[in-house]
Design a protein around this ligand. Structure first.
Ligand SMILES: [Zn+2]
Ligand SMILES: [Zn+2]
Length: 429
């Protein structure tokens, strides 16, 4: 390396600084440019270069482009130092040409690695935002549409056409469904062992007939198309029949519970024992987390019931002392496993009879304010559940608010059958 003109190396160093766009640290490389012998230049071993390369890659992954550029520049200058020690005076022009080529290669590598680093950084950023933002969005919108999920009542579709004497997979689920809504109770039967099998027995046929009578369907006792379609609709989680006594008797003449006369119009149902509120002035409070849309809809529903009854409903901030409490629940939410919700569709809300006062929306449903396709209106369901809170059970009149279905994509209001029911219970003239 002796005899190499000093000015040539100075030029090389300046070029190196420009190419790398980084300051060359003088204690490792630059100082050597002042010495003709080049003894101060540090020789870079192959293993050192590998380590440095790994560090550069690590920095690129982390998106630290500037740091990578700096290290890259240092490596190249160090390589030049290595060449300088081995070369001689005679071939310094060739060395300069090679070093320039190396410099441009360095620029090219740096540029392409920078582009790769930016791309990697953008990809990582997108993945990060997706993973972080998605759960936050779900949390902030607990009742956003999940309509694409199958209904928990979907299994009934596969039972269409089934009748007594058959053994079909899924009938056990149907028995649980009918038991939940009050149509079946194997505990009081000789056939208790059939509660958990897929046998279509006498008890199941009788339960289906009762269901068909309550909802104005032909009482065939088989799972015909209309019966299956009716059973699959999203509905209130409250049972139609309490303690085995069926008061609905849809489509049949029966005594009017208010005036003890026969009529064929009113099909409202009261709870066994006719539980009711003793005070006309009721207070209600919302559970924490109840959104403002639901709160407003419930307030409007109370106003509609108040307009038809002797009740006044006033909002309270005290959950402990309020007569009625309203909020959201998801799956098993503390009302007992028999009152657990079931995810999207299926049962969408429930409320307890007087003087319990609990009314819960299923947080997994797609809720709306007003009629929105594939969503259920807050106010329509509130009108129905307030009916339960006041002492009404399900009606067999499809237009009545106390009909068991939760209308999807449409709204409903109070019906003459509902008004008759509440007036009968509270002896309102
Ligand atoms: Zn109901
Ligand atoms: Zn509940």
């Amino acid at each position: 390396m002796k005899g190499v003109p000093r000015r040539q190396w100075s030029g090389q160093l300046k070029g190196e600084e420009r190419a790398g766009s980084a300051v060359v640290k003088s204690d490792r490389t630059g100082r050597g440019g002042d010495s003709e012998a080049g003894g101060e230049w540090k020789v870079m071993e192959a293993s050192d270069l590998k380590v440095e390369t790994a560090v550069v890659r690590l920095h690129l992954i982390l998106g630290n482009v500037m740091k990578a550029a700096e290290l890259e520049s240092e490596m190249k200058v160090a390589e030049l130092g290595y060449v300088r020690r081995r070369g001689g005076r005679s071939d310094w022009k060739e060395k300069r040409r090679r070093s320039r080529a190396r410099r441009w290669r360095c620029v090219w590598q740096f540029t392409s690695k920078s582009i790769m680093a930016v791309k990697n950084f953008n990809l990582c950023l997108c993945i990060f935002l997706f993973l972080v933002a998605l759960p936050l969005y779900s949390y902030a919108n607990p009742s956003k549409p999940k309509a694409e999920k199958p209904s928990p009542f979907e299994f009934i579709k596969h039972l269409e056409g089934c009748h007594k004497g058959e053994k079909v997979e899924g009938l056990q689920q149907l028995k649980a469904y009918l038991e939940k809504f009050g149509y079946l109770n194997y505990n009081h039967s000789q056939n208790q062992n059939h509660a958990n099998d897929d046998d279509f027995d006498d008890l199941l046929e009788a339960a289906i007939k009762t269901y068909q009578l309550n909802y104005h369907l032909k009482a065939t006792g088989t799972l015909d198309t209309k019966t299956v379609s009716n059973m699959m609709k999203p509905r209130c989680g409250n049972a139609d029949i309490i303690n085995g006594t069926n008061w609905m008797r849809g489509g049949k003449k029966r005594p009017n519970q208010a005036h003890n006369t026969f009529n064929t119009v009113s099909h409202f149902t009261l709870y066994p024992g006719k539980p009711k509120w003793l005070s006309n002035q009721l207070t209600y409070a919302f559970l924490p987390g109840t959104n403002s849309d639901a709160q407003s809809a419930v307030a409007r529903a109370f106003d509609k019931w108040a307009a038809q009854t002797h009740f006044t409903f006033s909002r309270s901030q005290d959950l402990g002392s309020a007569n009625l409490t309203i909020g959201f629940g998801r799956l098993d939410h503390g009302d007992g496993i028999q009152n657990a919700f079931d995810g999207p569709w299926g049962t969408v809300a429930h409320a307890f009879r007087p003087r319990d006062g609990r009314f819960h929306y299923d947080a997994d449903e797609s809720w709306s304010v007003g009629a929105v396709p594939n969503a259920i209106d807050y106010e329509t369901v509130a009108l129905h559940e307030i009916g339960h809170l006041l002492g009404l059970d399900h009606s067999s009149v499809q237009e009545a608010i106390m009909y068991k279905d939760a209308p999807v994509g449409v709204t409903k209001g109070l019906h003459g059958d509902d008004i008759q029911g509440i007036k009968a219970l509270y002896n309102i003239a």
